[in-house]
Design a binder for this molecule. Structure first.
Ligand code: KG4
Ligand code: ZN
Length: 381
């Protein structure tokens, strides 16, 4: 068993190496930051490898679909209704008892605050009752560390995270050690897909609908802008592209099915070109600052898009690095990634007090100091 640390957590500079104190652990993870209610039990062995014992995810998509997007109040109430049953199922499927757990991890942000409060408070209650350490996990860190669970990927590597709420290129240098190389200056990529779908009358969530419609569309029919193309930084911008689609759709109204397909194809092609260019620059910046990454990793719902995957694979190949993508169920929000991030932190003695406050906003690279070998290399934003 790991020693219990009740004090305020100390940020440590680490490359995620197994320390002498590293022992095997079993961690329960809870995820409630958006519209998935999820819990999982994960084992982390002392050699740093991982195994998922259970992974229960309930998507609330049906609850939110009539509103064309996630409604925070509905999400929070659904988490309250569902979470205890989902934790019970995750525990039962894992075959592990609460007394066997080395830690309780919960996503403590960033996300919709009502849901975060439900998950974190539940985790605190379990931790308190069973006298088990609490690990407050940054949801983005959990996405970032997933390829270490699935593929035992070594640091450093480059993460492209594109979901409904985030679009980031991140240098993953160690547990708790992340440098954001690029981010969106306006809409998240999944959000842009969802908004385009909505304006074209396609149901929520829009990403898969746009991809499906694009498959039958002509990407050349409209000359949509390629945002940020050629810029020296690795940031994204998607709202101008979204507005261009809106203007074209308004001009053509009422839309015929083929118009919708062509608009989707044009939008997706522009988003894809922009993504490829941004990743190309991001990987170049990565290499200049940190040397060659061990992989380019994609995560988040948008990584399910086959066209975008293809573009990312090409970018990785051109940069001479391997492309890695966790299985779909671990790319989108789930409890296993939270449990795993908790286990990685626990292995380094990073636990949190029961006073840890839920965070609606929580930058991945906040509070991080740069390790000596990467001195003067942090992105300045
Ligand atoms: O990671 P995720 O499941 O949840 C969070 O946002 O946290 O990502 C969901 C987002 C939605 O915006 C959805 O439209 C988008 O990912 N998405 C896609 C595709 N599948 C899901 N976007 C483009 N193409 C897809 N095939
Ligand atoms: Zn997520």
């Amino acid at each position: 068993m790991l020693r219990r640390a009740r004090k305020t957590p100390v940020w440590r500079q680490t490359q995620g190496l197994n320390l002498a104190t590293d022992t095997a652990s079993l961690v329960l993870g809870i995820e409630t930051t958006c519209d998935e209610t999820a819990a999982a039990v994960v084992e982390r062995r002392s050699d740093g490898s991982g195994r998922i014992l259970s992974n229960v995810v309930h998507s609330q998509i049906e609850d939110h679909a009539p509103f064309g997007g996630v409604v925070p109040e509905i999400a929070a109430r659904a988490h309250v209704d569902l979470l205890d049953g989902i934790v019970a199922r995750a525990m039962q499927q894992s075959g592990v008892g609460f007394k066997d757990l080395s830690g309780i991890a919960a996503a403590a942000g960033p996300g919709l605050i009502g849901g975060v409060i439900v998950g974190l408070t539940t985790a605190k209650a379990i931790a308190l009752v069973h006298n088990t350490p609490l690990v407050a996990v940054n949801h983005l860190e959990a996405h970032a560390l997933t390829p270490r669970l699935t593929d035992a990927l070594q640091f450093p590597y480059c993460l492209f995270l594109a979901s409904g709420g985030h679009t980031q290129i991140v240098a993953v240098l160690g547990v708790g050690n992340y440098v954001r190389l690029g981010t969106t200056v306006d809409d998240a990529m999944g959000e842009a897909f969802d908004k385009v779908a909505k304006m074209l009358g396609l149901p929520y969530p829009g990403g898969p609908q746009v991809e499906r419609a694009a498959a039958s569309g002509d990407a050349e029919r409209f000359a949509f802008p390629r945002p940020m193309l050629g810029r020296a930084d690795a940031n994204f911008s998607l709202s101008g592209l979204k507005t261009a689609v809106r203007n074209e759709a308004g001009r053509l109204a009422p839309l015929q099915p083929q118009d919708i397909n062509d608009l989707c194809a044009g939008f997706q092609a522009a988003a894809l070109d922009s993504t490829a260019d941004r990743l190309h620059v991001g990987l170049r910046i990565f290499r200049e600052r940190f040397g060659a990454p061990h992989a380019l990793v994609a995560a988040g719902g948008v990584a399910a898009n086959q066209a975008i995957r293809g573009a990312l694979r090409e970018v990785a190949t051109a940069a001479g690095t391997q492309f890695m993508i966790p299985p779909p169920a671990l790319c989108t929000d789930n409890g296993a990634m939270i449990a795993w991030a908790g286990a990685e932190r626990l292995a380094l003695g990073l636990t949190d007090s029961l006073e840890f406050a839920p965070r609606a906003r929580w930058l991945l690279d906040a509070n991080v100091t740069t390790p000596a070998q990467f001195a003067n290399t942090r992105a300045g934003f």
